[in-house]
Design a protein around this ligand. Structure first.
Ligand SMILES: O=P(O)(O)OC[C@H]1O[C@H](OP(=O)(O)OP(=O)(O)O)[C@H](O)[C@@H]1O
Ligand SMILES: Nc1ncnc2[nH]cnc12
Length: 182
């Protein structure tokens, strides 16, 4: 993990709680495991607090969380800033009418779906996930929101893998991350 100048002192604690598992789920992947962070209530709370401090008062009406790990961080952020939470789900999980976007991953292909009617024209949205790798997932999430006329204010992730240059797929949308893993 890199140490950034002037970074919030809580970030160091957060970094130490993320476990890196080599060769999972495939050879060559350095898997960033946030389940170890969740075992430490202080670091978990610090993570949520840092996002809430950034987004409170920014007039965000919807937090869109990406399945599965965006469902861990998105809802507490949404509650704390007074926004609704919209789950962006993997295929065939949502019971109502959906729109979908397909994308490629560091280790495969997938699709995200969103309920029609969950987000209205003109809403201000924050997209939340645990990690950006190639950026395909966040790009698909933003496309879903923009297709229904929402404004994506920012994407927020706990971890960025900068070597994979995922930011470049976000079409200039701002991305806020707490931790970079080189
Ligand atoms: O930037 P990208 O290359 O698109 O990759 C990032 C995505 O990969 C991981 O999820 P994964 O698809 O493994 O699903 P899971 O959370 O259901 O395990 C991670 O939680 C992000 O959602
Ligand atoms: N290296 C990684 N660790 C955890 N989740 C990921 N999603 C895509 N790449 C990942």
């Amino acid at each position: 993990m890199s140490v950034l100048k002037n970074e919030d002192p809580r970030i160091h604690g957060i970094k130490t709680k993320i476990r890196v598992v080599p060769n999972f789920p495939k050879p060559g992947i350095m898997f960033q495991d946030i389940t170890t962070l969740l075992l430490d209530p202080k670091s978990f709370k610090d993570t949520i607090d840092l996002f809430v401090e950034r987004y409170k008062g920014k007039n965000i009406s919807v937090v869109a969380g990406i399945e599965a790990r965006g469902f861990i961080f998105g809802p507490p952020i949404a509650l704390a800033i007074g926004a609704k939470f919209v789950p962006l789900r993997k295929p065939k999980k949502l019971p109502g009418d959906v729109i979908f976007e397909e994308y490629t991953l560091e280790y495969g292909r997938d699709r995200l779906e969103m309920h029609v009617g969950a987000v209205q024209l003109g809403e201000r949205a924050l997209v939340v996930d645990d990690l950006i790798a190639t950026g395909g997932t966040l790009c698909a999430a933003m496309n879903l929101l923009e297709r229904v006329g929402a404004e994506v204010v920012e994407c927020a992730c706990l971890i960025e893998l900068p070597d994979l240059q995922g930011r470049e797929r976000l079409n200039g949308k701002p991305l806020y991350v707490l931790v970079e893993y080189q």
